[in-house]
Design a protein around this ligand. Structure first.
Ligand code: 4AD
Ligand code: MG
Length: 468
């Protein structure tokens, strides 16, 4: 069975050959002695035009197929006389699965993303979500290509962990059903331990693989992890999920500015990869979802990203406010944590391209960030802010000095004994190192122009919803 993408991309390479394809019907046009079927197998945005002549045995049934039927078709590839279609295929059609047009929602026309969110099985069947899915796939692929080409090792960090990397207390604690009420399940009573008994400690789903990936960085140099992460955030925004994927590289013998350079190179590599490999999907999204998307992406890769310190950022916001800009949170002052409206203002209105904001007050950042030289008020943190999306990346140079880190852990109200191996990294052959975390769904949002994060992940999990 040939992939339709391969046939469409082959130009005239397959003309004259007999091939078999299999996929799902998008549209059927029935004329007297002919019927035209657009068959799509998900491998490309466009489908293959199948011309079926009434000389085949089951013409009647084939002509009556509808959106959603699954078919296997064998025929000859011929040059299409119609404009814009390179290849058509002639007959022999096996109907595999049916889809009653009275019942099948996709047969009734385009469905809204909000409706589809509740119906997981329908999502990839339409143009919108299948385009997003192909781009998502290629962004994951480009991620591995980029880091592998740059000599980084892929480290699989654990999903079950006892640590809270960000110290934000947004962890999903793991328990078994036996934690709830053992007496209700008498037949299995006493047979299984609670999660805490099982691991001999309390554990949670990871909020970040950073602390673990640092262990490998301090001996294997440049490494990265790419996996699911979990945050029990009750945020109902267009950019928060409870389960999302994160890419976290960690670089040895490197500082904050090396970190920014790597992050910029990585994001640009991903965008270029999609511009080169998903142009049909981008054209559809440009037309239907975000007008100007392709030009916007080309613009991003053609310019340097901005580097702007937190202190400069606050100045910019204050000056904008004096000039009449309105913010919901209008109490702008040095030391505050920036809201997404502030972040977006800086990226969207002021610079109109991605911006690294760096050197943040230590009070609003995590314990592991390197304390800077500016009287120790700031840490060497960086966030990459993107127009429309807001924060795409959070990263930092790590505190590699044992004593300073021990002090920070205490200041942050954490227990030193919980960080034994992490502290040992600073005891034996410590080196300056840095890294960042990129929220994969936010990257997909940026590249597809999709506004709601729930529409760029196959099975979104967020406060109040975990469909299927
Ligand atoms: O800024 P964060 O919390 O940084 C870390 O977790 C660091 N340990 C990363 C590191 O240095 N290795 O999260 C990193 C990124 C954010 O910039 C954002 O893109 C994404 O993860 N993110 C979320 N994406 C979707 N839903 C959520 N609830 C997210 N929380 C963070
Ligand atoms: Mg952050």
């Amino acid at each position: 069975i040939y992939r339709i993408q391969e046939l469409l991309n082959s130009g005239e390479g397959y003309i004259g050959q007999t091939v078999t394809v299999a996929g799902w019907v998008r549209t059927v046009r029935d004329q007297k002695n002919l019927c035209f079927i657009e068959l799509n197998d998900g491998t490309s945005f466009g489908g293959l035009q199948i011309v079926v002549e009434d000389k085949i045995g089951n013409f009647e049934q084939v002509a009556k197929t509808n959106t959603g039927f699954s078919l296997k078709v064998t025929g000859n590839i011929v040059k299409s006389p119609a404009k814009g279609q390179l290849i058509e295929m002639l007959h022999e059609v096996v109907i595999i699965g049916q889809a009653d047009p009275e019942e099948y929602p996709m047969a009734k026309g385009v469905q809204k993303p909000e409706t589809l969110r509740q119906k997981a099985h329908l999502r990839p069947r339409g143009n919108f979500f299948s385009a997003v899915t192909r781009i998502r796939n290629n962004l994951a692929y480009a991620t591995h290509v980029f880091f592998q080409n740059n000599g980084c090792l892929y480290i699989h960090t654990p999903i079950i962990t006892g640590s809270d990397c960000e110290g934000a207390g947004e962890m999903f604690r793991i328990s078994t059903i036996f934690d709830n009420d053992i007496s209700k399940i008498p037949q299995i009573k006493g047979k299984v331990d609670t999660a805490q008994d099982f691991f001999k400690k309390e554990v949670n789903l990871t909020v970040s693989g950073q602390l673990q990936v640092e262990h490998f960085c301090i001996s294997m140099s440049n490494v990265y992890t790419f996996g699911p992460t979990f945050r029990a955030e009750k945020a109902h925004t267009h950019r928060h999920l409870a389960e999302f994927w994160m890419i976290e590289p960690e670089f040895a013998f490197a500082d904050l500015f090396d970190n920014m350079e790597a992050a910029e190179g990585y994001v640009k590599f991903c965008i270029n990869y999609i511009l080169q490999n998903n142009i049909d999907d981008l054209q559809f999204l440009d037309k239907r979802v975000k007008p100007g998307l392709i030009d916007y992406l080309k613009d991003i890769v053609s310019k340097d990203f901005v580097r702007c310190s937190y202190t400069q950022g606050i100045d910019i916001l204050l000056k904008a406010q004096q000039a009449g800009a309105k913010f919901e949170n209008s109490d702008i002052k040095w030391g505050m944590d920036l809201n997404s409206e502030h972040e977006r203002f800086i990226a969207e209105k002021v610079f109109q391209r991605p911006v690294f904001l760096y050197d943040y007050p230590k009070e609003i950042k995590a314990f592991y960030m390197k304390v800077g030289t500016d009287d120790g008020k700031c840490v060497r943190a960086m966030d990459m802010l993107i127009p429309q999306v807001g924060e795409l990346i959070g990263g930092s140079q790590r505190e590699e000095r044992y004593d300073v880190l021990a002090q920070r852990i205490k200041e942050c109200g954490l227990k030193l004994e919980d960080y034994g191996p992490y502290m040992d990294l600073r005891k034996y052959g410590t080196v300056p190192h840095c890294g960042f975390g990129l929220g994969f769904e936010r990257l997909v949002m940026m590249v597809t122009g999709v506004e709601n994060i729930r529409d760029v992940i196959p099975f979104p999990r967020y406060h109040g919803s975990a469909e299927f």
